[in-house]
Design a protein around this ligand. Structure first.
Ligand code: DGL
Length: 272
């Protein structure tokens, strides 16, 4: 932490981290809610997917990503990856001096707020194996039924830019039909890649199911924490930086499409 007087604007960046393009769904909401804040986005594309890896590997990756970002004088870390949140959030919060915000708590609260009693959660294998959403939802309301489903192919479809193809539609039907048949009223997109497939998921789930993702609620949690920390930047447009750990062409294309703005420079970085 710097010796900055608490009443001064804080120009340090907020860092946002995921395994690939998925965390851009969180980046976009934070950028919209807090345009004056400087943001650094890190996508660990060289080691994607995280969702199929062990807890120990995810912890190691998350610590390396956090170390890389903290060295850039940040004021907050947002773990915009459900898998890394599920396995490494307490560890990161214990080790780092800056506040660390994950996506599962905000996503679970948003789902409980709208559900009538049966919540479906789609996520990576790791997040489902950790039972992270089940625990977070039951910490708020233990009477809610939670049905979890891993959808690993969704990450590949999002990274490939195939979110709105007939292939994605067929895969979504296989993954989601059991949840729809089980009578869920709310569906949590428990992987930050999945909002990129939102219209495909909406088509298969139908209009009667409320779809929740944690991007907006996470952005609200970030804004609230900045206020608590008295760490808000001064007015004006914040800088945006993008860093990835493997070839940038595909990242730039998908990011430009999703953020609806041409990508400036994407930096290639190496972790650990
Ligand atoms: N986007 C990440 C998540 O929210 C992980 C996707 C992956 O790398 O498997 O879990």
């Amino acid at each position: 932490m710097t010796g900055r007087p608490k009443s001064e604007p804080d120009s340090r960046s907020i860092a946002i981290f995921d395994s690939g393009v998925g965390g851009l769904t969180v980046f976009r909401e934070i950028a919209r809610a807090l345009p004056q804040e400087s943001l650094i986005y890190l996508g660990d594309s060289a080691r994607l997917p995280y969702g199929t890896k062990s807890a120990q590997t995810i912890e190691r990756y998350a610590l390396q990503a956090a170390g890389h970002l903290v060295a850039q004088n940040i004021k907050m870390l947002v773990v915009a990856c459900n898998t890394a949140t599920a396995f490494a959030l307490p560890l990161l919060q214990a080790r780092l001096e800056v506040p660390v915000i994950g996506v599962i708590g905000p996503g679970a609260s948003a789902a409980v707020a709208v559900s009538r009693g049966t919540i479906g959660v789609i996520a990576t294998e790791g997040t489902v194996r950790a039972g992270a959403y089940r625990k977070a939802i039951h910490d708020i309301d233990s009477s809610i039924e939670v049905i979890e489903q891993a959808c690993p192919l969704f990450v590949a479809l999002a990274e490939e830019g195939w979110a709105n193809t007939h292939v994605a539609r067929e895969v979504a039907e296989i993954y989601l039909t059991p949840l729809v048949d089980a009578g869920i009223d709310t569906l949590v997109l428990g992987c930050t890649h999945y909002p990129l497939l939102r219209s495909t998921i909406r088509h298969v789930a139908g209009d009667g199911i409320t779809i929740v993702d944690s991007a907006e609620t996470t952005a609200r949690a970030v804004a609230a924490e900045l206020t608590v920390q008295k760490a808000i930047a001064s007015n004006g447009a914040g800088a945006r930086r993008f860093q990835i750990t493997d070839a940038s062409e595909r990242f730039s294309r998908i990011a430009a499409e999703f953020l609806e703005s041409p990508m400036q420079e994407v930096e290639l970085v190496s972790l650990g």
